[in-house]
Design a protein around this ligand. Structure first.
Ligand code: PLP
Length: 376
């Protein structure tokens, strides 16, 4: 968000800047979803709802988990919040106490470590890299767990790496966790549908049924349905944890926006073909961007399984250009190429940068040729 703001500032000053820093789809929310919101307003559905969401939406979320993920959650184990961001925050507040530790594989979504700190606990960052496909290994997990570990964040497909765990890889992590009954798993699956790996997406709790009772499955409509501004996320998990999250929410924001809940209901229960249309575009852009980045001297970029980001290893370029770090590289790309990307250090993995391909192919072609010229 900071890089996007800086790019907007430069643009306002008359500079030609291509913004590839934002984490949101460039598509409009599909028409039938927008119509459902307009209908909700017309029908006067504008009052408070139950703190954890309207019953129809919670039932639709439970149906979604059954349909897409073979997970059987009663609607009472489902909560709807103002974005997956609020869900993650509430999980931290509900699970963590001062002195506790939460394991977060890096590169991570920027908010996890600060959410852990805001709960008074300590983030334990485990570094992954290009050579292990940006995936946490069972050995790394085992050695990061201490008697104080209470939470593990997983994010598949991942922001910023685009990397996703196979069912077998999740099961291997599950085997480690089986020996540590005090650890809750928060699995952030918000990019589930933006997916092009040959193997179908597997939800953590589906791969590790023995851990079902201590897994919070987190998802939302922001990414799959291009609904970032509507602020609807949801989760399902053990009743005791969902109840605690509901209590927190009742004393902070109460229900998520009523009108947006009706829009999310239309998203989850309506025609799903809108997702495929967007994913086709994301995949075409992914293939182009990853190939173009990886072909540049001093840049290595691994194809992702999903999401809409490329995460490039630029350590050789940083060294060759005599730059101090990835932040200087991103400043150079912004100032000299007029392209805004985010330094890897923001995600806990220095020497990299994240490029979001949530924009059209013409813009991407221009951006990639500018990057190539600037670092060539
Ligand atoms: N989780 C991840 C991994 C994300 O990348 C994002 C948004 O960028 C979120 C959660 C938050 O999504 P929401 O818009 O539902 O709050």
């Amino acid at each position: 968000m900071a890089v996007t703001a800086l790019a907007a500032e430069l643009r306002a000053a008359g500079r030609d800047v291509i913004g590839l820093a934002a984490g949101e789809p460039d598509f409009d929310t599909p028409e039938h979803i927008r119509e459902a919101a307009i209908r909700a307003i017309r029908e006067g559905r504008t009052r408070y709802t139950a703190v954890d969401g309207i019953p129809e939406l919670r039932a639709a979320v439970a149906d979604k988990f059954r349909r897409d993920n073979t997970l059987d959650y009663p609607p009472g184990h489902v909560i709807v919040s103002s974005g997956a961001k609020q869900i993650c925050y509430n999980v931290c507040q509900a699970v963590l106490d001062p002195g506790d530790e939460a394991i977060i594989p890096a590169p991570y979504w920027v908010s996890y470590p600060d959410m852990v700190r805001l709960a008074g606990a300590e983030p334990v960052i485990v570094q992954t890299g290009l050579c292990d496909g940006f995936l946490l290994s069972p050995e790394q997990l085992e050695s990061a767990i201490t008697p104080r570990t209470r939470l593990l964040f997983l994010n598949s497909p991942g922001n910023p790496s685009g990397a996703a765990y196979t069912a077998a890889q999740l099961a291997a992590l599950g085997e480690v966790l089986a020996e540590h009954p005090d650890v809750v798993v928060a699995t952030d699956e918000i990019y589930e549908h933006i997916w092009w790996a040959p193997e179908a997406f597997t939800s953590f709790a589906a791969a590790c049924p023995a851990l079902f009772d201590r897994t919070v499955t987190i998802n939302g409509v922001s990414k799959a349905y291009a609904m970032t501004g509507w602020r609807i996320g949801y989760a399902a998990g053990p009743a005791v944890l969902i109840d605690a999250m509901k209590k927190l929410q009742s004393q902070s924001t109460s229900n998520a926006c009523t009108i947006s809940q009706h829009a999310a209901l239309a998203a989850l229960t309506g025609d799903q073909t809108c997702i495929a249309t967007m994913v086709r575009a994301f995949r075409e852009r992914h293939d182009f961007v990853v190939r173009a980045l990886d072909a540049m001297e001093g840049i290595r970029c691994r194809p992702g399984e999903g999401a809409f980001y490329a995460f490039a290893d630029a350590r050789d370029t940083i060294r060759r250009l005599g730059l101090a770090d990835d932040t200087e590289l991103c400043q150079l790309l912004l100032n000299e190429a007029g392209v805004a990307v985010v330094p890897g250090s923001a995600f806990g993995t220095p020497d990299h940068f994240r490029l979001s391909f949530a924009c059209g192919m013409e813009t991407l072609r221009e951006a990639l040729s500018r990057i190539s010229r600037a670092i060539g």
